[in-house]
Design a protein around this ligand. Structure first.
Ligand SMILES: [Zn+2]
Length: 283
């Protein structure tokens, strides 16, 4: 299990499982001769992607950042992605029940980031997976999700968020809010227009769930964006802004889709090339 202490906080990664993703889509305009040195592709050109959620225990609250793919995919989506649906089992194995979660934060509302927000109950009705939790998501993202472009419409499953907004259990964020002391959100456009990173600070230490802005360790170079990014030039600018603070301040970066390395410190070598390092974890 990936777990560490950040100041007074305990951070744990929980995975919803792994899924196959087209390598070309995952690395956008980067040629396969380059990305295949970093990740392995199968004979269909698929690579393995992870689904990493971050659980933060503050001592007062239990906060879950991102809820994976969930278990409500359509038959068609299951053909592409499978439906690993392992998040609740992995949390249970570490003694975390859905009722223990006080706060859920979604960086954006694509299906692979908010899938376990809700489940279908015995009668087929949509119910919150985390019954006691207050949910948060970016307001601009939710507005866009109601009328998405044809390009990424398939990625929005209203059952993941609309019932929570309607019931008042989900609060929509402008960006910049502090949700509990030490845990705040910041908008980084690029993957979508309104995606928000979750910044976690305790004492002098900071970790950042940067979500699809830097989805894996292989994507740390500023030009290595995903084909899925709606605004690729904004991705580059957002990454530069992020690194300008994260590198000198030694932030721990959490990689949402890395199947092996869920977090690392991004550093720069003498020639300005970025690389990922550490961290040391406790077992
Ligand atoms: Zn994603």
């Amino acid at each position: 299990m990936h777990r560490l202490t950040l100041g007074d906080l305990e951070l744990t990664i929980f995975s919803d499982g792994i899924y196959p993703l087209d390598g070309g889509a995952f690395f956008g305009v980067i040629p396969k001769v380059m990305w295949s040195r970093k990740v392995e592709a199968d004979e269909r050109n698929y690579v393995t992607a992870g689904l990493n959620s971050l659980l933060i225990r503050t001592g007062k609250q239990t906060v879950l950042v991102e809820t994976g793919m969930g278990n409500k995919l359509s038959e068609r989506m299951i053909k592409f992605y499978g439906q690993p649906a392992k998040l609740l089992d992995n949390m249970a194995a570490a003694g975390v029940a859905p009722e223990d979660v006080d706060i859920v934060i979604n960086s954006h509302l694509h299906f692979d980031h908010c899938g376990w927000n809700t489940v279908r109950d015995r009668n087929g009705k949509i119910a919150p997976t985390f019954p006691r939790a207050k949910y948060y998501a970016p307001e601009g993202e939710w507005r866009y999700a109601r009328r998405p472009s044809e390009r990424d419409a398939i990625s929005y499953i209203p059952d993941n968020y609309d019932p929570l907004v309607a019931s008042g259990q989900m609060t929509l964020l402008k960006g910049g809010e502090e949700i509990v002391p030490g845990i705040s959100v910041k908008t980084f456009p690029g993957h979508t227009a309104h995606m928000q990173a979750v910044i976690v600070t305790s004492g002098l230490k900071t970790a950042c769930y940067i979500s699809d802005l830097i989805p894996t360790k292989a994507h740390i170079d500023v030009t290595w964006g995903m084909g899925f990014d709606l605004y690729p030039l904004d991705t580059i600018e957002s990454k530069k802004l992020y690194y300008a603070q994260a590198i000198p301040e030694k932030w721990l970066t959490v990689f949402t889709h890395d199947p092996k390395t869920p977090w690392a410190y991004v550093e720069k070598d003498e020639v300005g090339k970025m690389f990922a390092k550490g961290p040391s974890e406790k077992s």
